[in-house]
Design a protein around this ligand. Structure first.
Ligand code: OAA
Length: 161
């Protein structure tokens, strides 16, 4: 499917309850444009739940992770990105940091994150799945739809195209 977030804004902003993320994110991964139904996660400096989630078949979904904007470690690197791509995840939005940024550029998945950090996260477990998460002035809910490209990130309650 061809889309651009600019076209989606032109067509749907004002008539549909579109949410447009503040431009806080850097782009990683080999895919710059992606879309899909959202799965949400909330974790803090711990990626056990992320690993469990990307190990499951995604059927074209996008994983949105509220990492509390931590700039003290990375929630995701090359291994988890590759696992996610292999299981059909279309993209991952990280409100936090990633690592292995050069390797991420070779993995066929779209990734947005605030920054890079070389330290891995804790492995204690914990966090929440399919909860409401809010960052970049957007409320993200599981099963809503996310569209991302080189211009930004747009979220809608229903499939736009
Ligand atoms: O394994 C981790 O904790 C994160 C990471 O570096 C990777 O996904 O490659």
């Amino acid at each position: 499917m061809e889309f651009t977030t600019a076209d989606l804004c032109d067509r749907f902003h004002g008539t549909h309850p579109l949410q447009i993320a503040e431009p806080l994110f850097r782009t990683f991964g080999a895919v710059s444009r992606f879309h899909g139904r959202i799965t949400t996660l909330k974790v803090f400096e711990d990626n056990v739940l992320i690993r469990e989630t990307v190990a499951q078949k995604a059927d074209g979904r996008v994983l949105v992770i509220d990492g509390g904007a931590s700039h003290r470690c990375a929630l995701l690197g090359g291994n988890l990105a590759r696992l996610a791509a292999d299981n059909g995840w279309q993209g991952i939005i990280v409100y936090g940091c990633v690592r292995d940024s050069v390797e991420l550029g070779t993995v066929p998945i779209g990734i947005r994150a605030l920054h890079t950090h070389p330290l891995k996260s804790h492995q204690r477990g914990g966090g929440d799945k399919d909860c409401l998460i809010t960052f970049a002035s957007v409320n993200f809910r599981s099963d809503h739809y996310l569209y991302a490209d080189e211009d930004g990130i747009v979220v809608a309650e229903e499939k736009l195209i």
